[in-house]
Design a protein around this ligand. Structure first.
Ligand SMILES: [Zn+2]
Ligand SMILES: [Zn+2]
Length: 143
């Protein structure tokens, strides 16, 4: 029976430490607000660079954390976290929002070039994407 190849080390061995988001000054994670999430480099599965601050003592932190650790703070009831942008993805409830549909929007605007000139309607067509979260939150962004 051949020996296991050296590359078959358990995945955990390659993982950076996954500390929970925490305010060391207040010794709590209750007041944390996530400011940004960036892909970690070198790419590590499920790991992100997260920047957050404590709304109580205003101290800000940056660290590497797993998406689950970040989601634990984002998903906390009672704290309103906005939509987070993350590497071209939009996150809500700590999860990437999914494209529900694409729309071609017709935007009409009246435009008068000169006084007393005839009012003309101008039309602009833009492609938009409707993103949805499993919680029901939706938003529309230009594509
Ligand atoms: Zn604090
Ligand atoms: Zn949501």
């Amino acid at each position: 029976m051949p020996a296991q190849p050296a590359s078959r080390v358990p995945d955990e061995a390659h993982q950076p430490p996954d500390e929970p988001l925490w305010c060391k000054r207040c010794n709590t994670d209750r007041n944390l607000l996530v400011n940004s999430i960036q892909s970690h480099y070198p790419p590590a599965p499920n790991m992100v660079d997260v920047a957050y601050e404590c709304s109580d003592c205003r101290y800000s932190y940056t660290q590497i954390a797993s998406v689950q650790k970040v989601a634990a703070v984002l998903n906390r009831p009672g704290v309103t976290q906005g939509v987070l942008q993350f590497g071209g993805q939009y996150l809500h409830c700590g999860e990437p929002m999914k494209t529900k549909s694409c729309e071609l929007r017709r935007i009409q605007a009246p435009l008068v070039l000169k006084p007393k000139a005839q009012l003309r309607m101008y039309e602009v067509l833009i492609n938009t994407r409707i993103l949805g979260c499993h919680c029901g939150f939706r938003m529309e962004i230009p594509d």
